[in-house]
Ligand binder design. Structure first.
Ligand SMILES: [Zn+2]
Length: 63
C-alpha cells in the first residue's frame, strides 16, 4: 500500500497498513487498511473498499 503518512489524531502515531478481511454478500476478501498500532483505530480507504465490492458484485453477476 502507498504510504500516505497518515497520523492517528488521538495518539499522534503513524498508522500502519494491516491486512483485514471483509465479508460482503457472502464473499470474503481481504484488503490492506491503515490502523493505529496504539488504539486500534482504523482508517478505511473508502474508494479502495468500494472498488473491491464492485469487483465482487461483478463476479456475482457473471454467474
Ligand atoms: Zn491511535
Amino acid at each position: 500500500m502507498e504510504d500516505k503518512g497518515l497520523i492517528c489524531c488521538k495518539c499522534n502515531k503513524k498508522l500502519e497498513p494491516k491486512t483485514t478481511h471483509f465479508t460482503y454478500l457472502g464473499h470474503s476478501f481481504s484488503t490492506e487498511i491503515l490502523k493505529c498500532p496504539v488504539c486500534g483505530e482504523v482508517f478505511i480507504d473508502e474508494e479502495l473498499v468500494k472498488g473491491r465490492i464492485a469487483l465482487v458484485e461483478t463476479e456475482l453477476e457473471d454467474k
